[in-house]
Design a protein around this ligand. Structure first.
Ligand SMILES: Nc1ncnc2c1ncn2[C@@H]1O[C@H](COP(=O)(O)OP(=O)(O)O)[C@@H](O)[C@H]1O
Ligand SMILES: N[C@@H](CC(=O)OP(=O)(O)O)C(=O)O
Length: 430
C-alpha cells in the first residue's frame, strides 16, 4: 500500500449535480475547499438520470418506443452543458469522448439490445448516467476526465459487481497516482468493469462506495461526501421532524445505520475506510462551511435513538405443506432459493411451521422465488410495506414510532428494535 497521502476524495451525488446551478455550486466548493491538495472527485449521474435510464432500458427491453425519453435525456444533458459553456464545440479533451459520441453510443446500445441477460445489459445502459455527468463536471472544473471502468475491476455479478481488490489497487496505484500531481481528476461513481472490458455497476446508490474504493486503494487522507443535509442525522429529515446531527460517530454505528437502511450512505462504503482508518466526512453542499459529521475511529457514549425507515418492503411467509416443523433442512432450501434469485433478507422470523422474511420488493425476483419454492411450501406475501428500525431505542422512542401503526412483525435485541408495518405513503413519521 502507498504511504497515506494528502489525497482527498470528494464525492458529489445526483442532488449536487442536478442542474447547471448545482454544478456551479460544486465548482465553488472545489475551488474553496479542495485547492492545494491532490483531489479525486467522484460524481454520480445528474439528478434522477439513473431512474430515467432504468425506464429507457425497460422500454427498449420490452420492445416499446423509447425515442421521446431518449430525446429528453439528450436535451437535458446538452442544455446543462450549454448553460455551463462546456458543450462539445467549446472544449476538446484528448482523454475523453465527446458528449455527442456518448449519447450516440447510448442510442445505439438501446437500439441493438438482444433478448439475452437482463442484468448484464442493464449495466451497459444505466452506466451512461455517470459517464455523461462526469464529462460535464470535468469540463466545468477544467479537470481531467478519467474513465474508471478499466481500473475498478469487478467480477461478472451484474448490477452488484464484486470488487477484485488486489487488481483494482494495482491498477489505480499505477495509473492514477501519477496523474494526481497534475491537478484534480473527475471520475464516475457506481461503475466498474470486468476483466474482459464489460461495464458493471455496483448497486443503486453505489457512488459512495466508489469513493471508498478509490480512497482505500490510493491511501487517501479523507473522503468527503457532499449531501443536501447537514451531516449524518438521527433520522431522514424528509420523514422525521426534529432530527439531530451527529458531530462525530464511529464506523461501527454508521455501518449498522447504513445496513438497516439509512440511505444517506451506501452500506458498503464504511468497511474499506474503517480498514485503513480513513475518516469519512459528511458535509452539506448547501452550507459547505458548516461542520457536518466526522465518521471515524472514535468512542462515544450512548447516542440518541436513530430512526431508520425502509419502504418498498415485502413480507413473504413459507409454510410447510404437511405441517412438518420448519427445520434446518427447510431453511437451507429457502435460503438457497433466496440467494439464487438475489433477494436479500432484511428481517426474518420463524414459528413452528412457518418462516417469514422481509425483503426489498421486486416483482421479477419474487416471481422467480415462487417458481422455485411453490411446490414445497405454501407461500403468502404482502407488498407495499415499511420496515422501521430504532437503533439505541428507549421506551418513548418505541411509543413514538409504533403508535397508530399495525405491526405485522416485530423484533428486538438489546440495542435495536425493528418492525414491519403497512406503508403510510404520504404520512411523515411522527
Ligand atoms: N440518517 C440520515 N441522515 C441524513 N440524511 C438521511 C438519513 N437517512 C436518509 N437520509 C436522506 O439521504 C439523503 C441524501 O442522500 P442521497 O439522496 O443518496 O444523496 P446523493 O444521491 O446526492 O448522494 C438526504 O436528502 C436525506 O433525505
Ligand atoms: N446514479 C446511481 C449511483 C449513485 O450513487 O447515485 P447517488 O450518489 O445520486 O445516490 C444511482 O442513482 O443509483
Amino acid at each position: 500500500m502507498q504511504e497515506a497521502s494528502q489525497l482527498k476524495v470528494y464525492k458529489f451525488g445526483g442532488a449536487s449535480v442536478k442542474d447547471a446551478a448545482a454544478i456551479r455550486n460544486l465548482s465553488r466548493i472545489v475551488r474553496e475547499y479542495g485547492a492545494g491538495t491532490p483531489l479525486l472527485i467522484v460524481v454520480s449521474a445528474m439528478g434522477k438520470t439513473t431512474n430515467a435510464l432504468e425506464e429507457l432500458y425497460q422500454l427498449a427491453h420490452t420492445g416499446q418506443d423509447f425515442g421521446s425519453q431518449l430525446a429528453a435525456l439528450r436535451t437535458f444533458h446538452l442544455e446543462v452543458a450549454a448553460a455551463l459553456e462546456v458543450a462539445d464545440e467549446h472544449t476538446a479533451d484528448p482523454h475523453a469522448p465527446t458528449l455527442a459520441a456518448l449519447l450516440e453510443q447510448l442510442g445505439d446500445r438501446l437500439a441493438t439490445l438482444t433478448p439475452g441477460d437482463y442484468d448484464k445489459q442493464y449495466d451497459q445502459i444505466v452506466s451512461f448516467g455517470e459517464l455523461l455527468a462526469t464529462l460535464i463536471v470535468a469540463r466545468a472544473l477544467h479537470a481531467r476526465w478519467l474513465d474508471c471502468r478499466p481500473l475498478i475491476r469487478t467480477d461478472r455479478t451484474w448490477r452488484e459487481g464484486r470488487i477484485d481488490w488486489p487488481t483494482t489497487e494495482r491498477a489505480l496505484t499505477a495509473e492514477v497516482l501519477p496523474l494526481l500531481a497534475q491537478g484534480p481528476i473527475v471520475t464516475q461513481g457506481f461503475v466498474g468493469g470486468t476483466a474482459s472490458g464489460q461495464t458493471t455497476t455496483l448497486g443503486r446508490e453505489g457512488s459512495d462506495y466508489t469513493a471508498a474504493i478509490l480512497a482505500y486503494c490510493l491511501g487517501a487522507e479523507s473522503v468527503t461526501i457532499w449531501k443536501d443535509v447537514a451531516g449524518l442525522l438521527n433520522a431522514d429529515p424528509k420523514f422525521f421532524p426534529d432530527t439531530v446531527r451527529y458531530p462525530e460517530i464511529s464506523y461501527q454505528e454508521t455501518i449498522e445505520m447504513a445496513y438497516y437502511g439509512a440511505s444517506v450512505i451506501h452500506p458498503k462504503t464504511i468497511k474499506p475506510l474503517a480498514v485503513r482508518r480513513i475518516p469519512l466526512l459528511v458535509k452539506s453542499f448547501l452550507d459547505p462551511s458548516a461542520e457536518g459529521t466526522r465518521i471515524h475511529d472514535c468512542r462515544h457514549g450512548l447516542l440518541v435513538p436513530a430512526f431508520i425507515r425502509k419502504d418498498g418492503q415485502c413480507l413473504v411467509s413459507f409454510e410447510s405443506k404437511d405441517l412438518t416443523f420448519i427445520s434446518e433442512e427447510n431453511l437451507e432450501v429457502i435460503f438457497g432459493a433466496l440467494a439464487q434469485v438475489r433477494l436479500k433478507i432484511n428481517l426474518m422470523q420463524n414459528s413452528a411451521i412457518s418462516f417469514s422474511v422481509c425483503t426489498d420488493f421486486s416483482a421479477y425476483r419474487l416471481e422467480k422465488l415462487l417458481a422455485v419454492l411453490r411446490e414445497q411450501f405454501t407461500i403468502h406475501y404482502n407488498t407495499g410495506l415499511e420496515l422501521y428500525t430504532i437503533k439505541n431505542y428507549d421506551a418513548p422512542s418505541i411509543q413514538r414510532l409504533t403508535e397508530g401503526r399495525e405491526l405485522l412483525l416485530e423484533q428486538r435485541s438489546r440495542q435495536t428494535f425493528q418492525f414491519v408495518c403497512r406503508g403510510s405513503r404520504n404520512k411523515a413519521a411522527k
